[in-house]
Design a protein around this ligand. Sequence first.
Ligand code: UGA
Length: 436
Amino acid sequence: MNILIIGTGYVGLVSGACFSEFGFKVTCVDHDKNKIKNLKKGIIPIYEPGLNDLVKKNINNRNLNFDLNANKYLNKSDCVFLAVGTPSRRGDGHADLKFVFKAVEQICSNVNKKIVLVTKSTVPVGTAKNIKNIIKKYKKDELITVASNPEFLREGSAINDFLRPDRVVIGANDEYSRLLLNSLYKPLNIRQVPIVNTDTETSELIKYASNSFLAAKITFINEISVFCKKTGTNIGDVTRAMGLDKRIGSKFLHPGPGYGGSCFPKDTLAMSKIFKDQRIKFNIVDSVIKTNDKIKKNISIEILKIIKANKINKVLFLGLSFKPETDDIRESSSIFIINYLLKKHKKLSISAHDPVAIPNAKKEKLNIKYYSDLNKSFDNQQMIIIGTEWNIYRSINFKKLHLQMSSHVIYDLRNIYIHDKEIVKLGFRYYSLSSK
Ligand code: UGA
């Protein structure tokens, strides 16, 4: 089986590497010359644990290849995955499908053998049908069938999520596409991974519904966390007891400073839009979007108040990525709060540490100082804000830290140390999301 993947972003690159690991011959194409030049040498443009080794291994055993030109491979491929970006349309919220449709037109102009064209990017309900209409316009409907195969991988654990998924969703409206896609996932049979076979539109909806539900679950616990903070009730016990109910489950019940990343914010907005297109109001998702924005804003306001009340001039952020194990800072709460503080408190000096996200943060041109050495970053700080729950921030030596800091305020946006009594005993003023 020969696979062509268009787009070497997160989804394209991880899917390509993992399909090649299954033993298929995979070519990933992208129009970014520099990216392809580096990928050919096994240099990965993103930080994703395990991806480097997997790419190198499969380049070496000739299962994985990178190129600028899709046409060279199109007529040797059985299946073509579209993994191009689907950003939010500015000021609108709808997913922008211009990259998807451009790739489809290019494929239609050049294909002369039978292929299955599969959307892996997150696309609105009805996209496969719209793609079919383009194919008809080019009179290529005898050659190209369309399928949907959404991806559920998380940044930071993408390879494991691809190789050991909870489920695979295959949307196909014809037998040929369905059989071909099912055969691609046969290597997962040994793990008895459930495969949900459905039509293309339902498959497209499953992806949005899953991401919107997870965003709602996080937002629900974030609001409970606000209540716990106000009343002194114990968020840890609440989430533990809730999570033990198998109908609820313990995952995605960790309070945080609002969800971020390249998916939940964009996909909840798009979900709301696709409902509106059907003249239905999706009240829960609309409220989740508003509440998540409000959570980020309220935390920023509270932090500014603490800074002013404690006469703080120097603040250190620990963690800039939107979550651990990634260098992605898109919609990161740390970046949101930093921007707020820079705007509202002109005299505040802000610095930040992050294990891998500093190069991406620097592109934002924020007026802050960066530290790559965690220990050095602590010197003379007055307040530390834990923004991301990277492992290295989970075992801070607070005795030593107390000696290094010139004032002793901590805001823990991930509740890592919420049960640690020693911190207060040492003389720190400790704030968290769920305790005063
Ligand atoms: C998310 C989904 O989890 C994946 O299943 C999906 O494939 C992906 O979007 C996508 O559509 O491509 P990702 O954005 O990588 O994956 O990250 P998550 O682990 O879902 O975290 C998203 C945000 O929620 C982060 O800001 C994280 O800090 C926050 N979060 C997550 C919480 O605040 N609490 C939690 O309990 C879990």
